[in-house]
Design a protein around this ligand. Structure first.
Ligand code: ADP
Length: 486
């Protein structure tokens, strides 16, 4: 890259080493958390390592700020979100640089995440005014029955490292639009994007205490957020394991939960698919973000009649992909987030090979946390890659003969977030998309996410929806009012 300093920002004020609680930027007493660049492996920034006291302060601040924020006309809340969106857009390059720097994804993908992530703030700026109520025909004379939507109170967000901006904005946008206040805890690996986002919110006029951000121990901060009776909703994106734990922890205070958990998405390529479309869909669905996405196509099922042609065309494209520095435009994917992530991809490859899979594109381990795109064929249905999220740039192709068999294989998982299918036959499309046990289905495409559409899974992939008008609903309570003596 041409920058003198790798990933240097135009506005140095967006590299922040403090947390925002009750409108004040604070540090902490404990040794700070270092933020590493997953490509160079150097620590280049630090953020506070806060715990229970600060998390409690943040919850208290959000509680105090709630009544006034909830009482603001929705149009005013929307206008502040609109300003926030505009400030984000004005700082697009810097935010994208922070994303590449702390997450490792390519700069082009970071820009893509920026557009998607900022889009939630824009979408909910408009959606704020659409929390409509309803009139209900009264069963007896002299009464008026109606239902109103009101913000549910203080909401908490716990977000992962794979999309440092978008996973946060799709919680903050609807929460603030609805009139809720929020405490957010970003992943410790990627807190900088979230802090820059918070600073721009302050500049946009988000009042003190309405949006608070706390970095530090997940266990301590998470413990406060789940146990607090003041927090009425927890929205979490991360692993199913932690999601189940948080669900349990929230039972005692009867919180509403939004859980966006693990995937293990199937991609089904039928004999009647358009080959080029299927290859394109597989590339995007598998390798976006280096495979580190909960909707990544983890299992690629290809029908007997098209399999060899698919493997040859897909293999050519996978073999041409380069892994390297996210800031170098010649690269298609960046490093994995950490050493454990890299080890898991290698383990899934080795397990499949030991069970008889065939290596089509070798790829594999490279310098540091890099793992070059790898393609396996003849993966047996009992391989690890067919059951667990790989979360990396390893694609495994599994064969199937009939539509019924393909569908059965696709559904043979505890997860149900996204699924993809490629076919040119409307009947195949209709039967398969109805039969898939998943919250989202991509048909002839590997790119399905947009702020306007409802994102979320079934089975062990979670609860609730993010994005669209359904996403706003998650932060609202319905209050029924019955007025007599009219
Ligand atoms: P991932 O592997 O995608 O990071 P995790 O579920 O481990 O998935 O982490 C997602 C988010 O959840 C991160 O912000 C992490 O800090 C947080 N987290 C992890 N463990 C806990 C916990 N016990 N309580 C609350 N939050 C947690």
């Amino acid at each position: 890259m041409t920058n003198q300093v790798r990933g240097a920002l135009n506005n140095a004020d967006l590299l922040i080493s403090k947390n925002l609680i009750n409108g004040r930027w604070i540090g902490g007493n404990r040794a700070p958390i270092a933020v590493d660049d997953p490509f160079t492996l150097e620590s280049f920034a630090e953020v506070p390592n806060l715990g229970e006291n600060e998390a409690n302060e943040a919850v208290a601040a959000a509680e105090v700020a709630f009544p006034a924020w909830a009482a603001r006309p929705a149009r005013e809340r929307g206008a502040i979100l609109r300003r926030w969106f505009e400030l984000l857009v004005a700082n697009r390059d810097d935010i994208a640089r922070l994303i590449t720097r702390e997450n490792g994804k390519t700069y082009k993908e970071a820009q893509g995440e920026f557009d998607y992530g900022a889009g939630f703030i824009e979408f909910y700026a408009d959606e704020a005014t659409r929390a409509l109520g309803e009139m209900i025909p009264a069963p007896v004379p002299g009464r008026r029955l109606y239902a109103e939507r009101e913000p549910l109170g203080v909401a908490a967000a716990i977000t992962p490292w794979n999309f440092p901006l978008a996973m946060l904005t799709r919680k903050v946008g609807p929460a603030l639009a609805a009139g809720c206040t929020m405490v957010a805890k970003p992943a410790s690996a990627t807190p900088l994007t979230a802090l820059a986002f918070a600073r721009l919110g302050e500049e946009a006029g988000v009042p003190r205490g309405v949006f608070n951000i706390v970095t530090g121990s997940a266990r301590l901060i998470g413990g406060v957020l789940t146990a607090s009776p003041v927090v009425r909703k927890l929205s979490f994106t991360g692993s199913t394991e932690i999601g189940v734990q948080l669900y349990r922890e929230c039972a005692g205070t009867m919180k509403k939960l939004g859980l966006e958990l693990g995937g293990n998405a199937p991609l089904l390529v039928f004999d009647d698919a358009d080959l080029e479309t299927a290859v394109e869909a597989a590339l995007v669905a598998k390798f976006r973000n280096g495979g580190q996405s909960c909707i990544a196509a983890n299992r690629i099922y290809v029908q007997d009649g098209i399999r060899e042609a698919f493997l040859s065309a897909f293999g050519e494209r996978v073999g041409a992909m380069r892994a390297g520095d996210g800031f170098d435009p010649a690269n298609d994917i960046g490093p994995l987030i950490d050493d454990a992530g890299k080890a898991k991809v290698a383990e899934h490859r080795d397990d499949a090979l030991a069970r008889g899979a065939r290596l089509v594109v070798e790829g594999g381990e490279a310098q540091g946390r890099l793992f070059a795109p790898t393609l396996l064929a003849d993966v047996p249905a009992d391989a690890q890659i067919a059951h667990e999220e790989t979360f990396g740039p390893l694609a495994g192709v599994i064969g199937f003969a009939t539509l019924e068999e393909g569908l059965q294989l696709a559904n043979a998982t505890d997860f149900g977030l996204a699924a993809y299918l490629c076919s040119e036959d409307p009947k195949t499309i209709a039967r398969v998309s109805r039969g898939l046990e998943s919250g989202m289905v991509g048909i002839n495409t590997g790119l399905i996410s947009t702020p306007a559409a409802p994102f979320g899974g079934v089975k062990m992939s979670g609860l609730g929806k993010e994005g669209s008008h359904h996403g706003l609903e998650e932060y609202l309570n319905i209050k029924y009012l019955c007025q007599a003596r009219l």
